[in-house]
Design a protein around this ligand. Structure first.
Ligand SMILES: NC(=O)c1ccc[n+]([C@@H]2O[C@H](COP(=O)([O-])OP(=O)(O)OC[C@H]3O[C@@H](n4cnc5c(N)ncnc54)[C@H](OP(=O)(O)O)[C@@H]3O)[C@@H](O)[C@H]2O)c1
Length: 326
């Protein structure tokens, strides 16, 4: 992997999360001094060598202490509609990013690397792949808040700050009880009824960590980089997991019309239960039936970014799944 950055002091928000904890491990292995933001309630796992700064993403004083003197600030803290309602999603993703940038402006800070999502881009017209230029109309609070946060980061870079934005696709790896566990359960559990039509780009968590470090070292300030992986239909992703793990189980395909119909049902259930049981509304359900494929060409050419196939990430992810999930 090219594009390495010399170890120094890193400040990491979202350090206790799926991606952030893996980033912290790598930074420590490479000799960085690592400062991590942690809420009082956060599970800090095995990261005892991280210097923890305890507070919330809205706690300006803690953020200033966290970032001042850091050579690189990795801003990963964020929430999705899986775990929070739209108000919290907006507050953490957009307003939280604003607070982090304010703290960076006030301090002596090197490069900021902001983690957005590939979801703010989509293939246009008949194109098969989306790249960084394919800015999409956001669907839902998660994409919209990430798009606005990225605009704040762009403005920070324009006004003499040093900042890049990365857009990971669907991240696969140990510790992710959302997407990864669901995908694995579809491949492993022969009683799981079905999978979605459509497709996605699946990227291993270790490859995203490589990309974050490469963006810190070689990215151009103000630029955006998609950090994707293999583009796979759900069908082939699930089959490949099943083949690698257990042999190939028979499955029933859910027709696109059924997924489309799930949208309005989900809206009603969410409203009645007063919480988000399903992570999608009508528009998001429609999205799940599309092939959302991404090109990582820019990151590859400019950052030396590389990704590995799904199978390369399976052994450690399956080992985690077997012990932690089922
Ligand atoms: N996973 C994916 O497939 C994917 C794809 C594209 C982009 N991303 C983005 O990558 C980033 C990391 O994702 P992830 O999958 O690692 O998510 P995650 O496991 O849910 O971790 C989120 C992190 O944000 C922290 N956080 C949430 N609300 C906070 C608040 N109010 N104050 C301070 N910290 C707060 C969490 O702290 P606690 O430990 O206290 O909860 C946790 O450390 C996110 O910005 C996400 O949007 C993820």
């Amino acid at each position: 992997m090219t594009g390495r950055i010399e170890p120094g002091t890193a400040a990491v928000t979202g350090a206790t999360g799926f991606l952030g904890s893996r980033l912290c491990e790598r930074l420590l292995e490479e000799g960085w001094t690592v400062r991590g933001l942690s809420r009082p309630s956060s599970d800090r796992g095995d990261l005892s060598d991280v210097d923890w700064f305890v507070g919330d993403i809205f706690d300006g004083e803690t953020l200033r202490e966290l970032v001042d003197g850091a050579d690189a600030v990795f801003h990963l803290a964020g929430v999705g509609l899986w775990s929070a309602g739209p108000e919290t999603v907006w507050a953490v993703n957009r307003d939280g990013t604003e607070r982090v940038l304010e703290a960076c402006r006030d301090g002596d800070v090197g490069r900021v690397v902001f983690t957005s999502t590939a979801g703010t881009r989509r293939p246009q017209g008949d194109d098969v792949f989306a790249d960084e230029t394919d800015v999409a109309e956001p669907i839902g609070a998660y994409q919209a808040s990430k798009a606005e946060a990225a605009a704040l980061v762009d403005r920070y870079a324009d006004a003499d700050g040093d900042a890049v934005t990365v857009h990971p696709t669907s991240i696969f790896g140990p510790g992710d009880e959302a997407f990864t566990a669901q995908l694995l359960s579809m491949g492993v559990d022969r009683t799981m009824p079905a999978h979605l039509p459509g497709g996605l780009s699946i990227v291993g968590v270790s490859d995203v960590v490589d990309g974050l470090l490469a963006a810190a070292g070689r990215g151009t300030s103000g630029d955006h980089y998609i950090l994707g992986g293999e583009n796979l239909t759900y069908d082939s992703a699930v089959s490949r997991i099943a083949n690698a793990v257990d042999g190939s189980p028979a499955r029933i395909r859910v027709p696109a019309t059924a997924i489309h119909a799930a949208g309005p049902v989900a809206e009603v259930v969410d409203a009645v239960a007063d919480r988000r049981v399903f992570p999608f509304d009508r528009d998001m359900a429609r999205l799940a039936t599309r092939r959302l494929f991404y090109s990582s060409k820019k990151a590859s050419e400019e950052l030396g970014y590389e990704y590995r196939p799904l199978e390369a990430h399976l052994p450690e992810t399956m080992a985690w799944y077997r012990t932690a999930v089922r």
